[in-house]
Design a protein around this ligand. Structure first.
Ligand SMILES: NC(=O)c1ccc[n+]([C@@H]2O[C@H](COP(=O)([O-])OP(=O)(O)OC[C@H]3O[C@@H](n4cnc5c(N)ncnc54)[C@H](OP(=O)(O)O)[C@@H]3O)[C@@H](O)[C@H]2O)c1
Length: 338
């Protein structure tokens, strides 16, 4: 399967290195020629979970170099969300007959690209693999996670199995017939655990004990789940059941709900939110494709999303340096959205 990996950052670099190390040649695309040259010289090195590997990457170039006349069966799109949306129109022309684009960003990217290019050209993906890139060409695999792929139309397909077998030679890949549901399950957590943690400037374990933290978590989760359900998606059980106990269109507080929160805390409560790292490094966040995606869908489906709207505005104010992250912003969001 002639494969191009676009975006050789934390996740793309990890996948590329593990594919090369298992003897599967892949082509790599960077943003510019300087990055490609540096990685061709240095090679890629992975440490951490799954074992250490060091590989050469002879077939690496700036994306523009592939645009004249190249053709691929599979393009793994491993950039951040906004870059994925910006780059995808150029990538569509690189797909051969029957070729498929596999975006692996968080949030609504796969669905947005499928809406634009058709479900026959886009296979949905998300990553439960965790990776960091301490320096270009140097990657750390942080967990024994997997890529989850599947049809956005929500069915089984031979091509998803083929892609899974191929990429599975390098990293663990699983196929689900309910990829839209899996995307929503992750989005529900990203919208609440991750974004609220970033806004509060702390892990979920440290903000959920504040009364305003708990209220905002519950209400944001409920608002997001209402939008998910209205799209027709069936959020897929992952580590934690995505539907809270005794769900009836709103959260029912009580012992069962506390236990459910406890499960989320056990799985995700101590992780530093990736968006908080974006704030600290002055990087663009993926908020438009996380809570912002929910707001847009809510508008289309006529479901009010005041909390997600206030959350998006708050994140924009933090990245614009008009606000600083901290727990006081949780109270501010609740007050503004009442
Ligand atoms: N890392 C994880 O553990 C993890 C886990 C789950 C989901 N995800 C999701 O996976 C996606 C990628 O995350 P990441 O952590 O790997 O990000 P990252 O480290 O920032 O890597 C993105 C890479 O894409 C490159 N890029 C941007 N535009 C490009 C273009 N037009 N052509 C070629 N390359 C381009 C960037 O190059 P420049 O540096 O030159 O911009 C960068 O090397 C995100 O949506 C993230 O939410 C990541």
């Amino acid at each position: 399967m002639r494969t191009l990996i676009v975006g050789i950052g934390a996740l793309g670099g990890l996948i590329a290195a593990r594919m090369q190390a298992s003897g599967c040649s892949v082509w790599l695309a960077t943003r510019n020629a300087e990055s490609a040259l540096a990685l061709r010289r240095s090679g890629l090195r992975v440490t951490g979970v799954g074992g250490d590997v060091t590989v050469k990457v002879p077939d690496i170039a700036a994306l523009d170099n592939y645009l004249a006349g190249c053709s691929f069966d599979l393009i793994v799109l491993a950039t951040k969300a906004q870059d994925a949306i910006d780059t995808a129109p150029r990538l569509a022309g690189l797909l051969g007959a029957g070729g498929v684009l596999l975006p692996i960003q968080n949030g609504g990217v796969s669905q947005l690209l499928a809406d634009r290019f058709g479900v026959e050209r886009v296979l949905g993906g998300l990553s439960n693999l965790g990776a960091t890139m301490p320096a270009p060409g140097v990657y750390e695999q942080r967990n024994a996670g997997h890529l989850l792929i599947g049809e956005l139309g929500g069915r089984k397909s031979a091509r998803a199995e083929r892609v899974s077998r191929w990429l599975g030679r390098g990293v663990e890949v699983r196929v689900t017939p309910n990829l839209p549901g899996a995307i929503w399950s992750k989005l529900l957590l990203n919208c609440s655990v991750t974004t609220l943690g970033a806004i509060a400037g702390r892990t979920m374990r440290r903000y959920i004990n504040l009364p305003e933290g708990r209220e905002l978590f519950d209400r944001t989760y409920a608002e997001t789940l209402l939008v998910a359900r209205a799209t027709g998606a069936r959020p897929e059980p992952m580590i934690v059941d995505p539907v809270p106990p005794e769900w009836n269109g709103q959260i029912t507080r009580g012992a069962e709900h506390d236990a459910w929160i406890g499960q989320i805390l056990k799985a995700y409560g101590d992780l530093k939110p990736s968006m908080l790292q974006d704030f600290e490094r002055g990087r663009r966040t993926e908020i438009d494709f996380i809570n912002g995606y929910v707001v847009n869908l809510g508008r289309q489906l006529k479901i009010p999303t005041p909390l997600n709207e206030a959350i998006v505005e708050t994140v924009q104010a933090i990245t614009g340096r008009h606000l600083a992250s901290g727990p006081v912003l949780l109270t501010r969001i609740l007050a503004g959205a009442r």
